[in-house]
Design a binder for this molecule. Structure first.
Ligand code: URA
Length: 239
């Protein structure tokens, strides 16, 4: 059982404060009885109407966040650090689709749609993720060849990857490398570079499936369009 105003807010209908006002204004009914006080608790089975219209408790929400560095990709952090969920202003309980490291930036989806989230993160579905990595040192052809063909990390060979050198800077002794993988193992990109003898200094996820940060600045987010959500579901039509 949960408080009525919390259920309304969690559905994404409006904020907790707004839900409280709706109740106090007598606009909310539970099982056809108008509720005017805030203590009432409801269960999943109860029918909630607002202004006579049924509250949809199952509305799905989808956000695309340009994750900044210095934020954890979980809903709650045991060290009390800021999380990606803290950034999004919503009363719906959402969670990230997969993870980016604390010091990695870039495209991250957040949703309450468990079905889509599972499909996007399941290894069998091979969703492409493109990263731009700043590497310490001047990367050589042998390393690129190995990264493309798979390297052993944690005892298991990685799948084939697309790898392109974008820039090398002899002055600062760094390289910028674009790498596209479809697996999502822990710290995968950093470990892949480590396996060929290079340290990743900076990492950004540029593309997730077909989604990019676009015009967003680091720390900004937007809702996905219905078309984008359909397109994401479309990726699994034949699976
Ligand atoms: N690979 C990594 O090493 N870190 C990330 O955050 C994502 C992919």
């Amino acid at each position: 059982m949960e408080r009525l105003q919390k259920v309304i807010a969690n559905s994404g209908y409006c904020s907790r404060r707004c839900a409280e006002k709706l109740i106090l204004d007598g606009r909310v009914s539970v099982n056809n009885e108008i509720i005017r006080e805030l203590g009432v608790k409801v269960s999943k089975k109860d029918e909630i109407l607002i202004d006579g219209l049924k509250l949809n408790k199952d509305d799905k929400v989808y956000y695309l966040l340009y994750k900044p560095r210095g934020v954890v990709s979980t809903a709650k952090d045991d060290k009390n650090r800021k999380t990606v969920v803290d950034i999004i202003d919503t009363y719906v309980r959402i969670y990230p689709v997969g993870r980016l490291d604390y010091d990695t930036s870039g495209v991250l989806l957040l949703t309450n749609d468990g079905e889509l989230s599972n499909m996007l993160t399941h290894p069998k579905n091979k969703i492409d993720k493109m990263y731009i990595a700043k590497i310490k040192g001047i990367i050589d052809a042998d390393a690129i060849y190995k990264l493309k063909n798979g390297v052993i990390i944690d005892g298991i060979k990685t799948s084939k990857a697309k790898v392109k050198i974008k820039r090398v800077d002899k002055k600062s002794n760094t390289s910028i490398v674009e790498i596209t993988i479809h697996e999502g193992r822990n710290h995968q990109v950093k470990k892949m570079f480590e396996a060929v003898g290079y340290e990743v200094l900076k990492l950004k996820r540029e593309v997730f499936a077909f989604l990019t940060t676009g015009n967003l600045k680091s720390g900004e987010y937007r809702k996905l369009t219905i078309k984008e959500v359909k397109q994401l579901y479309g990726l699994f039509k034949n699976t």
